[in-house]
Design a protein around this ligand. Structure first.
Ligand SMILES: C[S@@+](CC[C@H](N)C(=O)[O-])C[C@H]1O[C@@H](n2cnc3c(N)ncnc32)[C@H](O)[C@@H]1O
Length: 310
């Protein structure tokens, strides 16, 4: 009896002393600092950099703010972003209006460097309102171990790297099938082991080659945002010139995506929609994803869209 009381008191104390994730977020929002326990690390030339945990993170905990400039959707429309910059724009709805966090400026903050994972993300984006201004913050949806990459779902869009992942999966599947075929054939053969190994090696080699082919194919793909990050775009004027019409399209599409939600731009929508449906989808889907998270999180004890006053 006494033991239970002591245990309950200890639990209550622990609950009281644990910082509420939303309050934790508020602290870092106000201080304009990133929470310690995370670092940027280069992953590969495809993904670029990413953010990794240097300390374990509890499920539900505040992770990092997607820090940037809060601008209206109208302002976002008026700005001339390159395609490289446009992947750092996060649009969302707040108080019935459309807003954007423009994180295109390198400011050493980590939130803007977090990569996409639509299958098993360990974080989710939520709106936190501090002093009447919305902020986008990432919270852990599961326990995150030291060394794990921090990832969230950018939204249900056709992001170019997801196409690559799908191609990779197909190649691996083909290799597996090929191996099964080889081994069933080899079962009847005494020299099977050596032959099988050799075949395995060939298959692996083929897969590697196939992957290289896929990636070089993707590099020349017009839809590939990944290509925008590759170094030749930055250093090569010709590449940039070639990208120019695409950039225009993407800006136009972003405008369309925004006009869908506002009535005053009805006059010039049609042409734009046909120009770049994919980009439009990306923006919309990312926004939808955020809204879904928010409504989902409303039922969560760790309150999501939270009004925090100083
Ligand atoms: C907001 S930035 C994230 C930081 C970026 N990795 C960097 O180093 O600057 C978004 C860009 O990261 C890359 N990216 C994000 N998630 C990815 C993923 N799952 N696979 C491959 N590339 C990804 C894409 O190039 C995308 O345009």
């Amino acid at each position: 009896m006494e033991n239970t009381r002591v245990r309950n008191r200890a639990i209550m104390l622990k609950r009281k002393t644990r910082i509420r994730p939303v309050n934790d977020a508020r602290t870092y929002i106000l201080s304009l600092r990133d929470k310690p326990g995370f670092m940027e690390r280069f992953i590969d030339s495809n993904k670029g950099g990413g953010v990794f945990a240097t300390q374990p993170v509890e499920a539900g905990a505040f992770v990092l703010e997607y820090r940037g400039e809060l601008i209206s959707a109208e302002e976002c429309r008026a700005r001339d972003y390159t395609e490289l910059q446009s992947v750092f724009l996060f649009e969302f709805e707040w108080q019935g209006r459309h807003w954007c966090i423009d994180a295109s400026k390198e400011d050493k903050s980590l939130g803007r460097l977090i990569n996409d994972n639509h299958k098993s993300p360990n974080c989710t984006m939520k709106k936190i309102v501090v002093n009447d201004r919305p902020h986008l913050c990432l919270f852990a949806v599961k326990k995150i171990e030291i060394g794990s990459e921090i990832e969230y779902n950018y939204g249900d869009s056709q992001w170019p790297w997801r196409k690559k992942e799908a191609k990779h999966r197909t190649s691996v599947l083909e290799t597996k099938t090929s191996l099964i075929e080889h081994s069933s054939h080899d079962d009847s053969n005494n020299d099977a082991v050596v032959t099988q190994e050799a075949k395995h090696r060939t298959s692996v080699l083929e897969t590697k080659t196939s992957l290289i082919e896929h990636s070089s194919h993707d590099d020349s793909n017009n839809d590939a945002v990944v290509t925008q990050h590759s170094s030749h775009d930055d250093s090569n004027n010709d590449a940039v010139v070639t990208q120019a019409p695409k950039q225009q399209a993407s800006v136009l599409e972003r405008k369309t995506s925004l006009t869908e939600h506002s009535s005053h731009d009805d006059s010039n929508n049609d042409a734009v929609v046909t120009q770049a449906p994919k980009q439009q989808a990306s923006v919309l889907e990312r926004k939808t994803s955020l809204t879904e998270h928010s409504s989902h999180d409303d039922s969560n004890n760790d309150a999501v869209v939270t009004q925090v006053k100083e």
